[in-house]
Structures are given as structure tokens and as C-alpha cells.
Write a protein that binds this ligand. Structure first.
Ligand SMILES: [Zn+2]
Length: 419
């Protein structure tokens, strides 16, 4: 097979990706709306049957089963439900009855918390191409994957009489904060009639490090408070400074979480991924700390229920620390997802030409669970780039990886939509 999408890569994908990176569409930024417009224009200019910008507020989604109350995640997200957001939906319709493929990609990017650590080439808003890579926040997660979907869809728009069915692109926002953009996209697809058939498969082009994934992880947010009666420094010791209790919890959290999982009925094969990202306490260097606060996020497997896991972790903490440590789990969290026998995953595997591509799990939460809620259980997570590069300093993606992915996706979609 030749390179049907190489031209699309040069003409559409690369310039669009650079522009999106330069707009730096982080949570809550006005540039998100400009990005939606750029994506809409790219679809309109490249033969898509239709493209619409969908403006909405998360307030409208509050009754939906997968709605995530983002406002509860912290001060930066207050008032989230009233902010206007933009999704873009594009359709390439062959005009012949056939399967529907829903391609999902988010255009919001993670925040840059260490701007001074980025190298000159790796400026997070640069979109520079150097040494065969494109640099900038979102290059890997997931403006690369999203623009691949657009380039590939544009290729199929050019040869509409050679296949059957339709390709529906959902370019969504707010994936980085839980997935309300994808919730809104499914409400819209339902309203537009695109979910009426049962012959639908989904693809999310997150950077899966070469893994064709049928599982994504759940996400939970935990707040801990360590509390001891502070005393005069003359009596300072480990047992009256709560910092040491918090150190104890954090140092041993792998074991604590493991014991929690083991205590849940029938759950012996699962491990958790956790990160403590916030810690604070203390006001005076001469006084033992009375109260220390910390916050962690936990990724957990699809076969574990969030409420049961919360109870199990809480019980382990009580058993080990008594009333010194108090845990609180916010409503900001969601379950993982596992597709049974994904048909599209099998086709992606069969059409792969790379030995490094394998089937497995995506070691991160993503929007996959929302597909099954709206009647599309066959959803595969597979996109260009390495998960370790996502959200990283000097984030970049190899142009060659994007090109290979585009070719692979063309082969897989051709197989699903062949006449
Ligand atoms: Zn992502």
C-alpha cells in the first residue's frame, strides 16, 4: 500500500497541530473556543459531509450518569458548571448503508506547571518541528492523535464511493478533567440520530505506547488529614508531629492500597497506581505540626468498584493509624472501562505491520467508559505516542509515529467499512 495520507499529513495535520499547540487550549482558557473553530474549519475545508461546533455548559449534564462534578476538584475549577465549552462534531458519510465508526479525541491539553524547565526547542507553545519531532504541550496528549483522526477522516472523504457506512469525529474538551466533553458529545450524537444503529465501534486516539487497549483505568481523588496535638518544641518528638504520620502513610501507601484491594472479595490480581501531588501544613519552624493535609489521585482497574475501594482504603488506614489519619474521597472520580472481545481492536491488531504493537490495557483513565453508557461497548483506545511523554516537560511526538499511525488507521477503517 502507498501513502494515501502522507499528503494529508503535510497539508492538514501538521499545520493544524502547530496552530492548536500555539493556542495552548488548557482548561478554562478562551483559546479553547478558537481551537474549536480551527478544527471546524479543517473539516469544512477538507470534504467532510458536515461539521458543527456545539456550545454547551456542564450544568446541562448534571443528570447524566457519567457527569463529573469538576467544581469539586479545587479552587481553580469553581463555577465550572456555568462555563461555556465547545465541542466539534464532523461526519464523513459514504451515502451507503453500513457501520458507524466514532472517532474520539480531546483537544484540551494539560497545564504546564514547570514552564522554566522546558528547553528552548521544547517551548510548550512553540509547535516547533526539530529532529523529526514536533514540540509543545499536547503534542502527545493528544493533539497528535486528534489531528491524525482528522487527516485520516479527510482521506476517506476523498474516496467516498469506495466504502460504506460513516465516520463520525468527536473533537471534545475537558477530557483532562474527567470527560464531560465526551458526555456532551454522546448526548448530541443521540439527538442527531447517529446512535440509532447497533453496528457502531469506537476509537479513542490517546497515546497508548503502541498498545491496542480494551481497558482504561478508573480515577479517584483522596484527601488525607494527619492530626496530632501540637506541643512546645522542647517536647518535640515523632509522636507529636503529624508530619511523621503523613510520611508514614505516603511511604507505605503501596502496601496499604495493596492490602485494601486484597481485602475486597475476589480481587487479588489488581494493583493500583497512586500519586501524592499536594502536601501542606505547619506555620512555625519551632512548633511541631498539628495538622498536615495531603491530596492524592489513584488509578484503579476497571474490575474494581470505586465505593468499595474507598471503604477498603479507609478501613486499612483506620487499622494502622487509628484516628490520627482521616481520609476523604471527593465525588470527583469515575470508573474504568473494559470492552469484552473488541471487534475493532482485533481488526487493528490484524492490520498492524509493527511487531511492537500489542493488545493490552491503557495505564490511564480516559473517556472509554462513556461509550458503553451510551450503547457503544466496543471501544478501543489506541493512538500515536508514548504515555510517558504525555504531560511531560519538553513534550514532543515523532512525526514518523504519526505517519505510521495514520497508515495503520486507514488499513483498519478500510477493513471495517469495506463494501
Ligand atoms: Zn489525553
Amino acid at each position: 500500500m502507498g501513502l494515501p495520507t502522507a499528503e494529508k499529513f503535510e497539508a492538514i495535520q501538521l499545520p493544524l497541530m502547530q496552530e492548536l499547540i500555539r493556542h495552548h487550549p488548557t482548561y478554562g482558557s478562551v483559546s479553547q473556543h478558537a481551537c474549536a473553530q480551527l478544527i471546524h474549519n479543517a473539516l469544512a475545508d477538507n470534504g467532510w459531509s458536515s461539521s458543527i461546533i456545539d456550545k454547551y455548559t456542564a450544568f446541562e449534564l448534571a443528570g447524566e450518569p457519567d457527569y463529573v462534578p469538576v467544581g469539586e476538584f479545587g479552587a481553580d475549577y469553581e463555577g465550572d458548571a456555568d462555563r461555556t465549552k465547545s465541542n466539534v462534531y464532523g461526519v464523513v458519510d459514504s451515502g451507503t448503508e453500513g457501520p458507524t465508526i466514532i472517532l474520539n479525541g480531546h483537544y484540551d491539553v494539560d497545564v504546564v506547571s514547570d514552564p522554566h524547565s522546558w528547553g528552548a526547542l521544547g517551548g510548550w507553545k512553540s509547535g516547533l518541528v526539530a529532529d523529526g519531532n514536533i514540540f509543545g504541550r499536547g503534542a502527545t496528549d493528544m493533539l497528535g492523535g486528534l489531528t491524525s483522526l482528522i487527516a485520516v477522516g479527510s482521506y476517506f472523504a476523498e474516496i467516498k464511493d469506495e466504502w460504506k457506512g460513516r465516520i463520525v469525529l468527536c473533537a471534545v474538551t475537558d477530557e483532562e478533567i474527567g470527560g464531560n466533553g465526551t458526555v456532551q458529545s454522546f448526548r448530541a450524537l443521540e439527538r442527531l440520530g447517529y446512535l440509532a444503529s447497533t453496528d457502531i465501534v469506537g476509537l479513542i486516539a490517546e497515546p497508548t505506547s503502541g498498545i491496542i487497549a480494551d481497558e482504561s483505568l478508573g480515577f479517584m481523588h483522596m484527601k488525607l488529614v494527619a492530626n496530632r496535638k501540637s506541643q512546645h518544641m522542647g517536647t518535640a518528638q515523632r509522636t507529636n508531629n503529624s508530619l511523621y504520620d503523613m510520611i508514614d502513610v505516603i511511604t507505605n501507601f503501596d502496601e496499604i492500597a495493596g492490602a485494601a484491594v486484597d481485602s475486597m472479595a475476589g480481587r487479588t490480581d489488581s494493583s493500583l497506581i497512586h500519586n501524592f501531588g499536594i502536601i501542606n501544613g505547619g506555620q512555625d519552624a519551632a512548633i511541631p505540626i498539628g495538622e498536615v493535609h495531603s491530596e492524592a489521585t489513584i488509578f484503579y482497574p476497571a474490575n474494581i468498584a470505586k465505593s468499595g475501594l474507598e471503604k477498603a482504603i479507609d478501613a486499612q488506614l483506620r487499622q494502622r493509624f487509628g484516628s490520627v489519619i482521616a481520609a476523604e474521597f471527593s465525588d470527583f472520580g469515575f470508573r474504568g472501562h473494559k470492552s469484552p472481545d473488541s471487534q475493532f481492536g482485533s481488526i487493528l491488531q490484524a492490520t498492524s505491520t509493527s511487531e511492537s504493537v500489542t493488545r493490552g490495557s491503557f495505564k490511564s483513565p480516559c473517556d472509554a467508559r462513556i461509550f458503553s453508557t451510551y450503547g457503544v461497548p466496543d471501544v478501543t483506545i489506541f493512538g500515536p505516542g508514548m504515555l510517558e511523554d504525555a504531560h511531560s516537560i519538553d513534550e514532543r511526538i515523532e512525526l514518523g509515529l504519526l505517519q505510521n499511525y495514520n497508515q495503520h488507521l486507514v488499513r483498519a477503517i478500510s477493513e471495517v467499512l469495506k463494501k
